[in-house]
Design a binder for this molecule. Sequence first.
Ligand SMILES: [Zn+2]
Length: 661
Amino acid sequence: MPARPKFYLTTPIYYTNGLPHIGHTYTTVVADVIRRYKRMRGYEVAMTTGTDEHGINVERAAKNAGIPESEFVAKMADAWRALWDELGLPADEFIRTTDLRHVRTVQWLFKLCRENGYVYKGHYTGQYCIYDNAFVNDAKPGDNCPDCGRPTETLTEENYFFKLSAFQKPLLDFYKKNPEFIQPETRKNEIVSFVEGGLKDLSITRTTVRWGIPVPGEEPHVFYVWFDALTAYLSAVGGPDYEKRGFWPADLHLVGKDIIRFHSVYWPAFLMAAMLPLPKQVWAHGWFLMDASKMSKSKGNVVLPRPIANMLGMDALRYFLLREVVFGQDGNFSYDALVTRYNSDLANGLGNLASRTAAMIEKNFVGKIPKAGKLQPQDEALACETQAAIGDVLDYFDKMNFTRALESLWVVIAAADKYLTTEKPWSLGDSEADTQRKAAVLATTAELLRIVTVLAYPVLPDTAAKIWTLLGQPGSVSAVELEGLRWGQLASGVSLGKPQTLFPRLEKSEAIERIESMANEELNPTAPPAPAPAVASSTTAGAAAATSLAASEKIGIEDFAKVEMRVGQIKTAERIVGADKLLKLTVDIGTEIRQICAGIAQYYEPDSLIGRKVAVVTNLAPRKLRGVESNGMIIAASVGPEGRPVLAGFPEDVEVGARLK
Ligand SMILES: [Zn+2]
């Protein structure tokens, strides 16, 4: 058997100052779709993702968490890796920039660049914040530090520089010879004009940063940002021994549009300087915007992948990300559009076609796929349309036009729906002619479904595997070779697998509330898990003070002091429509009246609570439970295996607003 050709693709090596949101998930999903697609095209594929763990921001975050940098980044890397695994997006190579194999590769690349004359020692002068121990990029003398607001000082430090200026012409020549190196086309034009405008040499080491890869024999120099981070793509597949693995040069670097310059200018220049093979393509995608602005932790508008995957399934999220926005452009993310697509395209579209086809075969052919027999022109027309779609879809996948690929598939699904509506196999009787006609219609529909399933697999892997089993087809859908996919390969006479609901229809507002509620819980880990009550035992309330990373078994008094608890008096209480467990309360906490949701509806009658004095956590960040804002938390004991809440109270009379210590 001849060796399969290799295909190597990467996502960015994500910076570990936070946890993955939908933006990171988007890139990683696209990488996974391409990986699955290329495997079905006969390639041996490796996909790399990982974590960028060096620099001043990590130093600071570790300091805030009160733990060493190495421990901080290990926890972050574990969290990232675990989430990718949980979402069905495991890396073939997960590279951490603190891995020894990476450290060695960076030092080796530096040595090659230096030996070839592209590295020199110089001085970097910039505005420096003494308080933050960091240079402020692009600041002028007199500017204040954007992080702490203190005045910056002009500081000069010794750096190693990379002679980027020497690569203006080689890069322009390279872009010309490899017109598909930068994609999409608009990005390529930007980069070409940037390079034509002239390139300045690049500082690649720092002496003012401590947490980084040391420059051998040149301490305290450590490598700075891009020379370190970009090299991870090579470290992941062998570093200095890359030839053994055979995955370098990379076929595809997937990046966000904000980092295209580093990938299409710096990275090929570093590799040219070291005389190493250059990657074949860099593809920049757009951003998912929330209310037309870029998602970021500081803006508080991040969308998390896990709550969506929990509520709708990961396939639905993958489908939405690829279907909604043309790859390369910006798009808007909204839960409303997400659930709408789920219901229309997945529940009513693919899911419904699969379940009704299986149900009719079950009923009419004792659950065995019938032979098509004699066909009529309308059967053959549908076969032709589906056969033609195969070529289109593969072509769109090759061009990374996922939106069009999915559109083409859903045109076929709609054609099948229309065909069934016209042919009405359910209205046919049991005569021999009718039975033959039913066999032809259902075999045609099942064959169409088989082809759609194979082609949808890269985007909808779990669903495709389920439909494949439902159709009783041999082997695994992931092992089907796309090269040989044709109309007419349906295995007939085989028994259908167990029917299962693929995409249960969802009531939109309730689904959105549940996703938002789970997201609240995840962003605010002190809250009890969704859709559990908004009350907690005293132990979880105590843990509110600890950050998720620095959490330890015991907390100091200063941590406990961060939790503000006061005596509150319940003024009103009512049930929330559609939420069996929740009560909406208004509570007087002395200084103000707060609205608080509490998960006690199954145990306390609303009227019985009015006037009651309770313990309230008053400085909890506001959150939404089932769409209702909750601004605080009522303390309750959790009793028995079912966690029956018992409100904490005071046997003596206490003043409303008194602080609990
Ligand atoms: Zn500062």
